[in-house]
Design a protein around this ligand. Structure first.
Ligand code: ADP
Length: 657
């Protein structure tokens, strides 16, 4: 207990319990944090577990796909060798590409040299005679005469190569002489004869397809219909892979030329295959080792050699993957997963299961991923949500329990403190009247001779102190019982006037002094109230005592009792020091005193009003105060009248019995 600017408060000076709060906070926080950590771990593990379960379920599917893939490549290697036995290299090339078995093919001979796309054919030399030289001499100045000379040479030549070359030279001269029609007539006439089919120039290039290309260039703009007929002829020749006479470089060159002249003509996939094979051969050597898919020197292009190393298939990555996908009976895979072929070095995020693609595909891996990732998430999330809920509930429970424990402990601490305050207060308050009584008695004993008048005055003073002591002890006892919940009320139905009279009797003597004007107003026909009469008289006397204590020299105290609307009112009015609005809210608290010195001199310890409130509340009534500083206060106790008080009537009946 500590005096603070004149006010007595309990609890001040005792440990404020913040360490306790901290301790309890920790007690709640540490398990909560641990729980959250465990939950986090559990959530993580749950995700892994769900992933593992799904992966286990699909592992067999992936192995099945791998076996199918392995079988496909084995079969491919075998088929390539069989074809290599039966077909010429160009025919094998065309078959593989047309059947979509490969993007291009390189055929090797038994010594490991490239057989197709072969380099240019061997040069085909034929010695021109003097007439040829003469015709050539006229070509630049007299192209018409030169043309006639070459025509003659063509007619006389017995060698098909020479005859065709002469016709070609004739065409050249006619073009120079601006005789385009005549040139076209030669190109589409004599040169198309069957005997020139394999005629070649000195570099081994076939002459007829070249002548057809020339005719196309001449006819394209002037006679589109005739050009189309020649185009068909040339296309047929270019796409005829059974005729091995056309070298791969010439075929490729002519295909590009046709494509240039007629961009709409479809020469793929053969042109693309020729290009791919040529680019690969240029880029680096081809490995015809064991049958396995390997990268080529060309980025994004893969090679697969046949078992006996006679054929090497070439694949571009996307087309390769498509081919492998087609090779696997994808319909046997579950619909909710998709299979991905991962080339070496490539990764797939969110893949469920990955395993090597097999011996034929070194470095490649097969990956299974869920089509709808949400499927996995929902499965995991349901479990996670339940974990989170349990976690939240447990944390909430821990917090609630901690809060309850905190309240309990604080309450206990407050009670202990209260007890300590009470002991200190009681000791102090009891000492004051005892000390003054002792002083009076000592003075009386030491007085020689003892004057009767003085003795009487002293004895009166001692009686007053005695009374004050009794009141204090009464209050302490009431308070102590009240605190221990041991205050037993004996309810009885009594007339309200009895309460007023009891209170008047208790204070009459004390108030009957000069300077104290005590008035009572008791309304006629006051109803009965169900009360513990002694307790209620104590409450009213406490209010009257306060009115006396906290009024100045000229005291004017009024006790009134009225009844209205089923309630009985006991009001104590004084003209004393009054209370500030702030203090009116606090005076009913235990040990609260507005001015400690004033209270002490009047013999109080801040319990009177809290006892009043306790008693009145137990009677299901209330006590209120209206006050103005310096102008006095009015304390009013309101009680329900007996008829309006069935609960207490019952109590009264039981206490009577
Ligand atoms: P105390 O024993 O100190 O009188 P109470 O509980 O009876 O304790 O009163 C609490 C405080 O309320 C008093 O200390 C006093 O400051 C104030 N108080 C009570 N009654 C009156 C009143 N009639 N006029 C002014 N102040 C009062």
């Amino acid at each position: 207990m500590k005096a603070n600017s004149g006010k007595l408060t309990i609890g001040a000076g005792r440990p404020n319990g913040s360490w306790l709060m901290l301790l309890l906070l920790l007690a709640a926080l540490v398990p909560s944090v641990c729980l959250l950590w465990f939950m986090n771990q559990a959530v993580h593990n749950e995700r892994l577990a769900v992933r593992q379960k799904l992966a286990d379920a699909y592992r067999a599917n992936l192995s099945f796909a791998q076996n199918q893939l392995e079988a496909y490549w084995r079969q491919t290697a075998g088929a390539l060798d069989t074809d290599a036995e039966r077909l010429s290299p160009p025919a094998l090339f065309a078959k593989q590409v047309r059947a979509g078995m490969a993007d291009a093919v390189i055929c090797l001979d038994s010594t490991g040299n490239v057989a197709y796309p072969s380099p240019a054919l061997a040069p085909r030399l034929a010695t021109p005679d003097i007439a040829w030289v003469l015709a050539e001499g006229l070509e630049s100045n007299k192209p018409t005469e030169a043309a006639a000379g070459f025509a003659r040479l063509a007619g006389q030549a017995t060698n098909a190569d020479l005859a065709a070359r002469a016709l070609q030279a004739q065409v050249r001269c006619l073009v120079k002489a601006k005789q385009t029609e005549a040139a076209i007539a030669v190109l589409t006439g004599p040169l198309e004869e069957e005997r020139y089919r394999h005629a070649a120039d000195a570099q081994g290039r076939l002459l007829v397809p070249n002548a057809e290309l020339m005719a196309l260039e001449l006819l394209r703009d002037s006679a589109p219909d005739r050009a189309r007929a020649t185009l068909e002829l040339l296309k047929k020749r270019l796409l005829d892979y059974d005729d091995s006479a056309l070298s791969a470089p010439q075929r490729r060159f002519l295909m590009h030329e046709v494509q240039r002249l007629f961009p709409d003509e479809k020469l793929s996939p053969m042109l693309a295959a020729e290009d791919l094979a040529a680019r690969c051969l240029e880029a680096g050597p081809i490995h015809a080792g064991e049958p396995a898919l390997r990268p080529t020197a060309l980025s994004g292009v893969w090679q697969f050699a046949s078992a006996r190393g006679r054929v090497v298939s070439l694949f571009q990555t996307e087309a390769l993957v498509e081919r492998m996908r087609a090779a696997i009976a994808s319909q046997l895979l579950p619909a909710d997963v998709s299979l991905t072929f991962l080339p070496p070095g490539k990764e797939l995020e969110r893949s469920l299961l990955i395993q090597p693609a097999g011996a034929s595909l070194p470095g490649w891996r097969l990956a299974l991923a869920l089509n709808d990732q949400r499927l996995f998430d929902t499965a995991a999330e349901q479990r996670i949500a339940s974990y989170v809920w349990i976690g939240v509930l447990v944390v909430a429970m821990v917090i609630v329990l901690a809060a309850l424990a905190l309240r309990l402990v604080r309450r206990q601490m407050a009670l202990t403190q209260l007890r300590n305050d009470l002991v200190a207060n009681v000791t102090h308050e009891l000492k004051t009247p005892l000390a003054s009584m002792r002083l009076l008695v000592d003075t009386l004993l030491n007085s020689q001779p003892l004057h009767e008048q003085t003795a009487r005055e002293y004895l009166q003073l001692i009686a007053q102190e005695n009374l004050r002591l009794s009141r204090l002890i009464d209050n302490f006892l009431s308070f102590s019982r009240m605190e221990r919940n041991k205050y037993a009320f004996g309810f009885k139905e009594v007339p309200a006037t009895d309460i007023v009279e009891g209170a008047i009797t208790a204070v009459r003597e004390r108030f009957n002094v000069p300077g104290c004007q005590f008035e009572t107003h008791i309304a006629p026909d006051l109803p009965s109230v169900v009360v513990d009469a002694d307790a209620l008289v104590t409450a009213v006397v406490n209010l009257l005592d306060n009115a006396y204590k906290y009024s100045g020299e000229e005291k004017h105290i009024t006790l009134s009792a009225t009844a209205e609307n089923g309630s009985v009112f006991f009001a104590v009015k004084d003209n004393g020091i009054g209370l500030s609005p702030r203090d009116t809210k606090r005076i009913f608290k235990r040990f609260f005193q507005v001015d400690q010195r004033l209270s002490r001199s009047g013999g109080g310890c801040g319990l009177g009003l809290s006892i009043v409130k306790f008693i009145v509340t137990a009677h299901q009534g209330n006590v209120r105060v209206e006050s103005q500083p310096g102008r006095g206060s009015t304390f009013t106790i309101t009680l329900p009248r007996a008829e309006a008080h069935p609960g207490l009537e019952a109590k009264a009946a039981s206490s009577l019995s």
